[in-house]
Design a binder for this molecule. Structure first.
Ligand code: FMN
Length: 217
């Protein structure tokens, strides 16, 4: 079956993409309004885009009623934000912060979460989150009347001490973080425990393996 997206209701395209690009990591973004209200909201159109410089990207859709969401407005106005990562134990509270709260209400308060001062940017971390990336806005690309792509440069990373295995080598206890990811449909999530490992081959190794196979035949 083929789907030609410009002939379809955009909502079908949304469903096709979000049902197939899974699991998606969740950026739990904290930003600061001009009036000083700490905004928090989850975004699963998110990933790291490179490390030289350390770059993240977040896709923010416009809301039918509210227009561009507080997160994108705050980032455009203030140029800074924090990406907090979401462990399973905080899934319910993360979900609360996705509600359409008015701009003058802090979702952190609604969800019983604690703001923790950042080192390099004005918006605070979520203290309960195990990992937080302090980011400076690099570009906010308006990709259409209903969406913007926020590209941020990560300037500081906080990892809770208990998850740092070897600070000098940048080794983190990833399984212990217990992070969740967004799946298909509304309200479905994945845990990150069901993993497997494959060694990455070089071309020379692949060639050697082919030669060995040939010798056996
Ligand atoms: C797990 C999860 C992931 C979400 N991902 C996105 C996303 O990638 N882009 C988006 O525009 N909205 C996303 N949303 C919806 C926003 O969180 C929601 O619209 C929120 O009210 C925006 O808040 P703000 O106006 O404070 O920025 C997501 C919601 C949840 C629960």
């Amino acid at each position: 079956m083929r789907f030609t997206l410009d002939e379809l209701d955009p909502q079908i395209g949304y469903k096709l993409m979000t049902a197939t690009v899974t699991p998606r990591p969740i950026a739990w973004v904290t930003s600061l309004s001009a009036a000083g209200v700490v905004n928090a909201a989850p975004y699963s159109f998110f990933n790291v885009m490179g490390h030289k410089p350390p770059t993240v990207a977040i896709g923010v859709m416009a809301d039918d009623k509210r227009g561009f969401k507080d997160t994108s407005r705050n980032i455009v106005a203030g140029g800074e934000f924090v990406v907090n990562l979401v462990p399973e134990r905080l899934a319910g509270r993360m979900n609360i912060t996705s509600m359409d709260a008015p701009s003058d209400v802090s979702e952190l308060d609604c969800a019983g979460l604690t703001p923790l001062a950042s080192a390099r940017v004005a918006p605070p971390h979520i203290a309960e989150a195990p990992v937080s990336f302090e980011c400076v806005s690099h570009t906010v690309l308006v990709t259409g009347p209903h969406q913007a792509l926020v590209v941020g440069r990560v300037v500081e990373i906080r990892v809770a001490d208990e998850f740092v295995l070897d600070a000098n080598r940048g080794h983190i206890d990833t399984p212990a973080l217990g992070l969740i990811a967004r799946m298909h449909g509304r309200g479905w999530y994945a845990r990150s425990q069901d993993t497997f490992q494959i060694d990455r081959p070089t071309y020379a190794e692949w060639q050697a393996a082919q030669t060995k196979l040939g010798e056996k035949v």
